[in-house]
Structure formats: structure tokens, C-alpha cells
Design a protein around this ligand. Sequence first.
Ligand code: GLA
Length: 380
Amino acid sequence: MMTNIERIFKDKEGFRGFRAPGRVNLIGEHTDYHYGFVLPVSINKFFYFYLRQNRENKFRVFSENFNDYYEFDYSNLIFNREKTWINYLMGVISEIKKLRGEIPYFDAYLYGEVPMGAGLSSSAAYEVSVAYGINEYFDLKIDKKEIAKLSQRAENNFVGAPCGIMDQFIATFGREKTALLIDTLTLDYEHIPFDIKSRGLRLVVVDTKVKHSIAGEGYSTRRREGEEALRILQKYLNINSLRDLDEEGYELSQKILPSPLKERVAHVYNENKRVLNFVNDLKNDNWENLPKYMLDSHLSLKNLYEVTCEELDFLVEKALEYGAFASRMTGGGFGGSTINLVPESIIDNWIEKITVSYENKFGFKPDVLVLETSDGVREI
Ligand code: GLA
């Protein structure tokens, strides 16, 4: 006998499908919630969202990854502690309701191929595909910047993870063979050519398999420390965020702030500069210094911002030792993945070596993904 779920989702007739990509960040880490600069790339791992309006007076949702089903209506649009996978969709519906009122009920089918907890923004891909899909399906005329912003609010307000705007923004605006420079203050953005294959390189992600959660202690502590540093500096300087620090302000910060606040500020200030230098060099097709910017970023995240971990540091060290062009941690840290630019000519050997040495050291294998760049959210 067919189950209810099979009956609802038996044929995809009438469903429209949407997909949004995960991301890696090339450089500009832990700068977005200080309104600084970031340079992420959208990758060819996607979250898929299919929907079809129904007449059932409830949302009916099936998750392929969790092999789980849930239904709800507007009266129980509240955080779900057991089926945590539903909260991202609920969060988006709740934010859309604030903008456009209640939308009609629908059936939805969810499938994600961005690895979860790997620091590749599976949740942003999920939120953006849902927000964009609902907007298209019901013709709500929400513009794309607002799609990114409401997706971030869904994560902040409903899921309770205090992330910045980077991940939702790149999932929305990413473009194949480019990296996206985002000014997270003005939300101006620019697609920067990033055709690594023409350089004989491949984009390789190595996942430590150590899971982190950005809702967790580390991430929110860093946010709080930044706010505290800002409050102190505002007694002396006319600034709205750490992004506004000029050289003089920065020097003052290093004199008056206690540790670890001054180290946190030093990271943010110099990381913003590295992003702009990186972009400048990319635009001039000068790749010579890119590895150094990336390594400096990693070391700053390790020593000043303190968000790396033994596994990440080990992977970066070995990546370079085995011949990667460049390597650093990517995403929130405390686990997650490194991003590596690896010469095509050595790639198989490189993957073999890094896998073996990681396993020897930590007792389990990392996941290695050779990725392509991709476009942002779209209908499929
Ligand atoms: C997570 C957050 C982003 C950003 C990064 C760190 O991925 O979702 O907003 O803060 O961490 O750069």
C-alpha cells in the first residue's frame, strides 16, 4: 500500500524546482558581521527545493536527506526541536509573512547535496532556494538582495544562528568562473573573474569531518568580542563598525584594547585589506601573491581570531607541503573544511597523500571534494 507521503510526492507533476549552491570563501573570513569585505565562490553542490500549491490548508514537506515528513500550518509556525531540518523552511516562510503576509499552502520536496556541517553553507543554500522558489512560484516580486537578506534573517531570527550575510548573498548572486566581492556594509558586489582551470589549478575542499555549528559558542563569542571592542573604540573614534577603522584608528585600537580584543580587531582590520589586495591582484591577472594572502589569512584566524583547530592547521600545513598552490580554512571554523588550489598535474597524488597523512594522525579519513564553480540560485 502506498503511504501518504508517496501519494503526495508520487509524481512531480505541477511541481516547480529550484536550486541554490553551497560556497567556499576564498578570503575575507569573520569580516561580514563587522560589515567588511568577503570573496566567496559558489560551488557545484546544490540544495534542491520543489514546490506545488495545495488545497489542504497546511504545508506538507518531505526531506529526502532525513527521509522524514512534516506538516504544519500558520498556527504552528514555531521552532521545532525534534525535526530541526524543517526550521530553515519555516524561518523563510515566517520572514516572507512579515514582508508579504500569508502565502498559499504548498507541498514541498527537499534534497540537499551540500555536505552538512562541513562549513560549505548547506543551510544558506537551503534558505535561498526556498525563498527564491516561493518568490517565483507566487510571483511575490521580492528583489534578489531582499531574498538574500530575508534568508539571513530566517537563520538569525528563527533558527537562532547569528551568521552574517556572506553565505546567503553568494548563494543568490554567485556566477560560474567568478568570485564575488561583497561589501557587506553597502551590499554592493562585483563579479571578479576567477578561472582557475586556465591556470592549471583545481578547487579542492578537504573536510576535517569535525563538525561545528555556527550557532555554537565559538561563533557567537567572537561576535560579542567584536561588539565589545567596538563599544570601547567608539568612546574615542567616530565609527559605526570595525570596518570603519582607518590606520590611525587601528593603531589606537592596538594601544588601548585589552587582549584578546585587540587581536580580534587586528584580524578584522588586516583581513579586510587582504581581501582588497587579493581582488586587485586578481583583476590584474597577477596570481603571484595570492597564496601568501591566503596563508596570512589562515594564520591570522589561527593566532589572532582563534577559530581554527588542530585538524584545520594540520591540513593547511600538509596541503602546502604536498604541493598545493594555496590553502586556508574556509567558513566559520572550529572544524569544517579547508579550501585548496591544487595543480591539476599532481592532483591524484596530492589527494592520496593528504588523505593518508590525515588518517595516520587523527584515525579517520577526511572527505575530499574536487569542485567546480557554479551559478547562484535559479529555477531548474
Ligand atoms: C559562517 C557565517 C558567515 C561568516 C563565516 C565566517 O559561514 O555564516 O556569515 O561569518 O562563518 O567568515
